[in-house]
Design a protein around this ligand. Structure first.
Ligand code: 3HC
Length: 648
């Protein structure tokens, strides 16, 4: 886990070895401590080099440990202090990555030499925690408050060149950093160490410290609404300014424990592993990313409502080029092809379909929503990568490309059925807006964006509305099932959504993007209730949320039970990346595990008894099977409920 090697020239080497990324497990920590003790007690050793095996220094603490009792104090912080106080110089020879606890180990060293391609940073905030092994106290002392705040609150990883400029690294090299580190160590055997101990430094003073903190607090509140880790990270960094080191590290520890024990950290760490699991898909016939061959792209098309206008925007020339990509095997824009965005439905500005045709004539379709100012770049590489597109890929059976759309329909039905019962539409919307269920608001925005006439056409085709509807069909029933005709009525009134300037919302102009609630809709809804004698009642926030969300969760269990989704993690990754589900809630399946399956079952049973004509509320067999086991951990669900025949 950490090898100790005696080297010539009075040196010792401690090499971390814990594949695949040399994460710090209890055994690794023990190994480093033991190596350090051996080096200290061997009077022939004059300096220590620390490195990582297989070209990777260390990716930080093993994230798995945060769900174990070891989590609240890994002991890494004490080791970092011990390294700093060590009387013999410690040189970190860094390659590949020094992330999180890995960077803390490097900061505990007296010198840091890294290969130019090394990535370094504190990604803890993205896992809902903070650099709790002295990182929040050492980094500000080394590089100053503004730069430390930026790295710690964003979780941004930087290359060695930038880290060197910031003062994190002492030297950047192009060749083997271990070799260079060993050579360097021989030159500093007798150098004084006091000035190399970061713990002894004071945080560089800047005149407007308070203003800097206030600004960063405001920034993270805006940028990461609902997340607790970024603000807590700032508080920990603040402690480095307010207190001497010994007090600062205590505050860091308290804040770290608060975060580690929070539900948000559990959800974010779950999301980290769920994404990696989702990428390991394979079909029962053995097809996976590893076995899949990459097909050359022969054509890319972008379809969408404002494509022309969008393409005229000078900074989006890559999209324009995407349209002209034709020859097979020819590199396109280097190897980049699409500048389109993930499916995060916040600040939706535009909707696109990206269509890619590969050399063998197969088509891939991607549904995109473009975020205005935060446009992100995704890479589609046709010859250099084993993955067709560097974004989350979820395997679904043929014809189930619309797993997400199915969820959308379910959640829309849930929301709409509730919607006509409440006193005022804004009650639903405002109660939803404040919470996780903001996702449902987006459903209405997405419907407006996609065009309400799209669904209308589909329903007409199915005979649910329009001329094919048998005369005498009750407006709010189709067979025994409750039907909500409101979207049809909106379309009959010419409200097709954003394209006509009105739909669920009103817009500044046809094709306009600025939306606001439409008083017409409130009036329409009260007339609707009168017409159909729907008694207005105040529906509690809990009921609104449960009926909307649990119906969605129920559907997810059905999909799992039918073998349509490969695992609960796949469903969550779809929601995290496809619907902007708040990452700190992990996804609907993770959320269900936190609420408790028997609670969800009971609530669905209750609502279904009250609304037997809403089939989405009828608990699925899969959920019932699982709930019979109490509230088993998510990892156990598929084993306990039995593996359905896979439709993949
Ligand atoms: N702990 C446990 N497992 C880890 C890990 C970690 N810190 N980092 C990566 N892994 C695992 C992944 O789960 C994956 O396992 P798998 O093969 O079984 O799926 C494997 O390592 C490879 O990871 P990736 O598939 O992500 O490989 P990449 O090459 O794309 O990325 C990486 C490598 C940049 C290291 C990326 O995995 C990463 O960002 N890891 C997280 C780093 C991090 O957040 N570190 C901070 C940890 S918390 C901490 O240190 C607290 C301290 O401050 C007290």
């Amino acid at each position: 886990m950490a090898e100790y090697l005696r080297l010539p020239h009075s040196l010792a080497l401690i090499r971390i070895r814990n594949p695949p990324v040399n994460a710090i497990s209890p055994a690794v920590l023990y190994g480093i401590k033991e190596g350090l003790q051996k080096a200290v007690s061997d009077h022939t050793v004059k300096a220590i080099v620390i490195s990582g095996a297989d070209g990777k220094f260390c990716a930080g603490v093993d994230i798995h440990v945060f769900s174990t009792p070891w989590s609240s104090d890994t002991g890494l912080g004490d080791l970092v202090d011990e390294m700093q106080r060590n009387k013999k110089p410690v040189v970190a020879a860094i390659e590949g990555m020094a992330l999180g606890g890995g960077l803390e180990l490097a900061l505990g060293s007296h010198y840091r030499i890294a290969h130019v391609q090394t990535e370094t940073g504190f990604p803890e905030v993205t896992l809902g925690i903070l650099p709790g092994a002295r990182g929040t106290q050492l980094l500000p002392r080394l590089i100053g408050i503004p730069a430390a705040l930026d790295l710690i609150t964003s979780g941004r990883c930087i290359l060695a060149g930038e880290a060197f400029k910031l003062g994190i690294l002492d030297k950047v090299v192009n060749s083997d950093p271990l070799e260079k580190g060993i050579k360097f160590a021989r030159t500093i055997l007798d150098q004084p160490l006091e000035c190399r101990r970061i713990m002894n430094k004071t945080v560089p003073n800047v005149p407007n410290m308070d203003a800097i903190f206030s600004e960063v607090f405001a920034k993270v509140r805006k940028q990461y609404p609902g997340y607790i880790a970024p603000e807590t990270c700032i508080r920990a960094v603040q402690a480095s300014v307010k207190h001497p080191y010994e007090v600062g590290i205590k505050e860091e520890k308290e804040l770290a424990v608060y975060l580690v024990e929070s539900g948000q950290a559990r959800a974010l760490q779950y999301a980290f592993f769920a994404e990696r699991n989702a990428n390991k898909w394979s079909t029962p016939s053995g097809v996976s990313w590893k076995t899949a061959s990459v097909r050359p792209i022969s054509l890319v098309g972008v379809l969408g409502k404002h494509v022309g206008e969008f393409l005229d925007s000078p900074h989006l020339h890559m999209v324009r080029a995407a349209i002209y990509l034709v020859p097979s095997g020819v590199k396109f824009c280097g190897k980049h092809i699409a500048v389109l965005a993930p499916l995060i439905l916040i600040q939706v500005h535009e909707l696109f379909i990206l269509c890619v045709r590969t050399g063998d004539g197969n088509f891939f379709f991607f549904f995109f929503v473009v975020l205005g100012p935060e446009l992100r770049t995704y890479t589609l590489s046709h010859s250099t990568s084993s993955q067709l597109i560097e974004m989350e890929n979820i395997l679904v059976p043929r014809g189930w490309g619309e797993v997400v759309s199915t969820f959308l329909t379910i959640s829309n039905n849930g929301t709409m059925n509730i919607h006509v019962q409440v006193l005022c539409r804004h009650t639903v919307f405002s109660s939803l807006r404040d919470s996780i269920y903001v996702i449902y608001i987006r459903n209405f925005r997405v419907s407006d964006l996609a065009g309400l006439d799209v669904g209308w056409k589909g329903r007409k085709g199915q005979g649910l509305t329009g001329p094919a509807l048998p005369p005498g069909t009750p407006a709010r029933k189709r067979g025994n099932i409750r039907y909500c005709p409101i979207p049809d009525i909106l379309c009959e009134s010419g409200r097709f959504g954003q394209k006509t300037g009105k739909g669920w919302y009103q817009y500044d102009k046809p094709l306009g993007r600025i939306h606001k609630p439409d008083p017409w809709l409130s009036k329409f809804l009260s007339q609707y209730r009168e017409t159909y004698h729907i008694e207005p009642r105040v529906i509690s926030q809990d009921e609104i949320l449960e009926r909307c969300l649990y119906a969605l969760i129920n559907e997810a269990f059905r999909i799992l039970g039918e073998g349509i989704a490969a695992s609960p993690e796949h469903i969550d990754v779809i929601y995290l990346h496809g619907y902007g589900w708040p990452r700190y809630r992990g996804g609907p399946m993770f959320y269900a595990s936190t609420v408790g399956l028997s609670t969800i079952l009971e609530k669905l049973q209750k609502y279904y008894r009250q609304n037997p004509d809403i089939p989405q509320l009828e608990p699925s067999n899969y959920l019932k099977k699982l709930a019979a086991h109490g509230n088993p951990p998510l990892k156990e669900w598929q084993r306990l409920a039995g593996t359905p025949s896979s439709k993949l």
